[in-house]
Design a protein around this ligand. Structure first.
Ligand code: BG6
Length: 478
């Protein structure tokens, strides 16, 4: 069997987000954030994709799985010990903005929140694991959503600046790898989680969405500059959801449509954050959609100066596009849309499985930007079964990860510079799009069920031992 070579010091590990693992609802002075008001189950998916969400808790109607999540807040030592046993070099987590600034607009950070992450980072270092920190992962303070309108409002940039300065100063000796906004481009189709507001009517989405993006670009550039100044040896990246877009066939109209969708979805945010300027193709898009950005003096210079050091991206699926879709063709499970690809199988949630797409993505990104790439999310959401003997035989997950790691190895041979790989949800957690526990990604099983029952006990799945060996052999034994 062919073996692959990953550079020495390749950053193998796992990835999570605060709102999906921590729990600790209201503890340590934490304020409410967007994830706290998103219900579990199918309802969440409908809310995320359809206009008109009210950002309120309805205890009588829904459950709120993120409130307890998997209780990492109290169990982080046990979990980190398991990550260390797998040999993790890095662990990707996010800081919950509302642990540091409970409403988002305070002047002084909350000491208890800061101390919590001190303990987590210290614990990681005790085991020789470097933290990779996402500054904002779908967990904007709710107060900034309800009182300010989320990222639509320019003032939020100032609050964000206060937040990043507080965390860079506090953790300057503890965190070397940072990322600004998780899957920043997902705001194009799910503004609630990424941009902090709900579209009320479909036709009204363009102006607020792109104004909010502009504010995030400014905020991202501020963060990059501050990071470079406060922690000169650190690396700070952006984070995009990358799903290569294929044309359904060789009809030039479909090819052009796929190209346009790829530019808008995959490249627009990265072009601004990596190259430091708005790409020329967006001029036409802005004009055709009646978008007039309020760009303040100095913004464009700031964006130019605050370009990222690397690109972090998530990869789960590709997308196949056709200009005119007929009913029945669309790939409904594929969260980012498109039509069904006849060459691909899909997960139980309809996400099309395409390892070659990861090789394609790495090549496309490296060809375009020539900056280091970091695969910070990839994995299979699947139903797991605990056998009578207590084991979890998740061979389907091993197959998925193996094929994707091979594809990454091929891309490295193609010439792409890849820093590392952190598989998503290395420990079972709450799904971001459906709020379920049963959509499991982990190599570590957590006894927590969709109805809220479960002991929260952790168990090692078969993939735990497999991944441990992958890391121990630096990717040679797959
Ligand atoms: C990415 C997000 O979109 O995909 C994660 O950054 C998320 O937060 C992951 O959990 C998998 O998606 P889901 O909906 O299956 O949890």
């Amino acid at each position: 069997m062919k073996t692959y070579t990953f550079r020495e010091g390749f950053l193998w590990g796992g990835a999570t987000a605060a709102n999906q693992i921590e729990g600790g609802f209201g503890e340590g002075g934490k304020g409410l954030n967007i994830a706290d008001v998103l219900p579990g189950g199918k309802e969440r998916y409908d809310i995320l994709l359809n206009p008109g969400f009210d950002f309120k808790v309805h205890q009588d109607k829904y459950s709120y799985p993120n409130h307890e999540a998997i209780d990492f807040y109290h169990r982080y030592k046990e979990d980190i010990a398991l990550f260390a046993e797998m040999g993790f070099k890095v662990f990707r987590l996010s800081i919950a903005w509302t642990r540091i600034f409970p409403n988002g607009n305070e002047f002084e950070p909350n000491e208890e929140g800061l101390a919590f992450y001190d303990h987590v980072f210290d614990e990681l270092h005790k085991h020789g694991i470097e933290p990779v920190v996402t500054i904002s992962h779908y967990e904007m303070p709710l107060h900034l959503v309800t009182e300010y309108g989320g990222w639509r409002n320019r003032q939020v940039v100032t609050f964000f600046e206060r937040y990043v300065n507080a965390i860079f100063n506090r953790y300057k000796n503890k965190v070397k790898y940072w990322m600004t906004f998780n899957e920043i481009n997902s705001g194009l189709f799910m503004p609630i989680q990424g941009l902090g507001f709900a579209i009320q009517k479909e036709e009204d989405k363009y102006q607020p969405t792109f104004q909010a993006f502009h504010h995030q670009f400014v905020a991202s550039a501020i963060a990059v500059k501050a990071c470079h100044e406060i922690i000169p040896e650190a690396k700070i990246g952006n984070m995009i959801l990358f799903a290569p877009v294929y044309s359904y066939d060789s009809n030039p109209e479909n090819v052009m449509y796929a190209c346009e969708e790829e530019r808008l979805f995959n490249y627009f945010c990265a072009d601004v954050q990596v190259r430091g300027e708005y790409p020329s193709y967006m001029k036409r898009y802005f004009k055709e959609h009646g978008i007039e950005l309020d760009i303040q003096e100095g913004d464009l210079e700031l964006i130019k100066e605050g370009t990222v050091d690397y690109i972090g991206f998530s990869y789960y699926m590709s997308r196949t596009e056709k200009k005119e879709k007929t009913g029945g063709e669309s790939s409904e499970g594929n969260i980012i849309g498109g039509v069904k690809n006849p060459f691909l199988k899909a997960s139980d949630w309809g996400w099309e499985i395409d390892p070659e797409g990861l090789r394609i993505s790495l090549n496309k990104l490296y060809d375009r930007y020539q900056v280091p790439l970091f695969v910070v999310e990839n994995g299979l959401g699947a139903y797991d079964k605990v056998e009578e003997d207590g084991s979890i035989q998740d061979d389907y997950r091993i197959d998925y990860l193996r094929e994707h790691i091979k594809a990454m190895g091929e891309a490295i041979e193609d010439g792409a510079e890849v820093m590392g790989y952190t598989s998503w949800g290395c420990i079972d957690l709450v799904s971001a799009s459906s709020g379920e526990f049963s959509k499991r990604y982990g190599m570590i099983y957590v006894d927590k069920q969709d109805d809220g029952s479960g002991t929260l006990e952790r168990k090692k799945k078969k993939s735990f031992f497999w991944y441990k060996d992958v890391i121990a052999s630096n990717g040679e034994r797959l």
